[in-house]
Design a protein around this ligand. Sequence first.
Ligand code: 5GP
Ligand code: MG
Ligand code: MG
Length: 180
Amino acid sequence: MNDDIEKVLYSKEDIVRVSQKLGKQITQDYEGKNPLVVCILKGAILFMSDIVREIDTYCELDFMDVSSYGNAQVSSGSVKIIKDLDVSVEDRHVLIIEDIIDTGRTLRTLVDLFEHRNAKSVKICTLLDKKERRVEGVTPDYVGFDVPNEFVVGYGLDFLGHYRNLPYVGVLKPKIYADN
Ligand code: 5GP
Ligand code: MG
Ligand code: MG
């Protein structure tokens, strides 16, 4: 599996370090606010587990599964809810944890949805921000890394369901695309 990777962009150590930095900021910003921390499945699970261990104040965790891509590499432009939250966001400070923001369509939809459901506030924490590709006006509040316009995998991010378990973020070898 590691042989399929052309280059490593961010190691586990890099990601843990950035999670510590972001976790400190989040702790200060949400002290006494009991935020609902929402992990967007499946891509954000590894980053979520790093981030929440660095949040040193009361919070609740919930999970939502959405799909905008299916198995394709191009955003379909529509976002489908596969699994909704268990907890109501009404009157809650919501902090969305995402793996990567690409076009911004997924998060635009989610922020609008939570605001429509009367969340008190909605903020975004993303491991990776691929700014170049943005088509929706979405600005994350907490960003791990600005990532170049390349298709990345690992640390939660997949290609055709694989590579989520790689302990780093990397770029796939072009040969892997060609074979699929
Ligand atoms: P957006 O709606 O912002 O275009 O896309 C967000 C979702 O697309 C991410 O949560 C992720 O699942 C997928 N995505 C976007 N860029 C990449 C990428 O470079 N690699 C992988 N594996 N998934 C991506
Ligand atoms: Mg995602
Ligand atoms: Mg995916």
